[in-house]
Design a protein around this ligand. Structure first.
Ligand code: PAF
Length: 291
């Protein structure tokens, strides 16, 4: 596996792949790799002859009180895992390489509407920062396919929208969340959990599972279901930012005729912010329960 740190070398290298007719699948990451990232890499091999991964902890998508400084950086261990997973190219740029000018004044990619709901409401500027770096990386790597985990569901919806709106010629593939045996979604931030918090954490997934069951049973009293879930999470000591039932794929507010849903939640457990979601494709007719 070749590791490159510079944009010019990266461009030259991928140009060679393009000229020789080789397709490129790309997995952007912030490093500190776990089984979820490695699953993205594994899937990437299905789509192209060449697989490129980036590792860059992007300051633009962290709020002033978030964990940018402490975000785990484990480049050497990550490299070993990526080489073993058959990755051809790792792009690991420095902050200066990615943001040659003052990164606080850089041009940003805004995705109105989608970026200010749910997580965007609690993390102002996060999605613009994420969208900006993803577009920069797409312009550098010029992949045919890019893969993202469905754990960051709203991120995936934002990326699909910006790719469509800006006519970026890349196919976006969402890959199902990898979970521990107890259901907890894999995340680099799980390592912030204490032992007792780690035991409690799967309750987030289980609570979303109960909402899925309710929707499958035909319940459509969305607000009541959301409030009940918030109460359950709070009762065990979590501090939910939100629990939301939305239309799958668009994150629109659902109505009586919506059949495909996604249930999403973000909740603090101690100093760790957990997010998770489950898509639900209902087959039963809705049983209207008034709110
Ligand atoms: O999902 C992530 O790790 C990041 O948001 C991404 C897509 C690599 C952009 O920094």
């Amino acid at each position: 596996m070749l590791t490159l740190h510079g944009i010019i070398e990266l461009r030259d290298y991928v140009k060679h792949w393009r000229i020789t007719g080789q397709r490129i699948a790309f997995v952007p990451t912030m490093g500190n790799l776990h089984a979820g990232h490695l699953h993205l890499v594994e899937r990437a091999h299905e789509f192209a002859e060449r697989v490129a991964v980036s590792i860059f902890v992007n300051p633009l998508q962290f709020g002033p009180n978030e964990d940018f400084k402490n975000y785990p950086r484990t480049l050497e261990a990550d490299k070993i895992q990526l080489a073993a997973a058959g990755v051809d190219l790792l792009f690991a740029p420095s902050l200066d390489e990615m943001y040659a000018c003052d990164w606080e004044k850089i041009t940003r990619v805004e995705v109105p509407g989608l970026a200010s709901i749910l997580d965007g409401k609690f993390r102002p500027g996060h999605f613009a920062g994420m969208a900006t770096i993803v577009v920069k990386l797409f312009n550098m790597v010029q992949p045919d396919v890019a893969l993202f985990g469905e754990k960051d569901y709203q991120q995936l919806v934002v990326i699909r929208r910006l790719v469509a709106d800006l006519c970026i010629p890349v196919k976006i593939v969402g890959v199902p969340t990898v979970r521990g045996a107890d259901g907890l979604a894999m995340s680099s931030r799980n390592q912030y959990l204490t032992a007792s918090e780690r035991e409690l954490a799967p309750l987030l997934f289980r609570t979303l599972g109960k909402l899925v069951q309710a929707l499958n049973d035909g319940r459509r009293d969305f607000q009541r279901l959301e409030s009940e879930a918030v109460r359950k999470l709070s009762a065990v000591g979590m501090r939910p930012d939100y629990v939301a039932i939305r239309a799958a794929g668009t994150l629109a507010t659902p109505d009586e005729v919506t059949g495909n849903f996604v249930v999403l939640a973000a909740a603090w457990l101690g100093k760790t912010r957990l997010i998770d979601n489950i898509e639900v494709h209902t087959t039963v007719a809705s049983e209207h329960v008034g709110t």
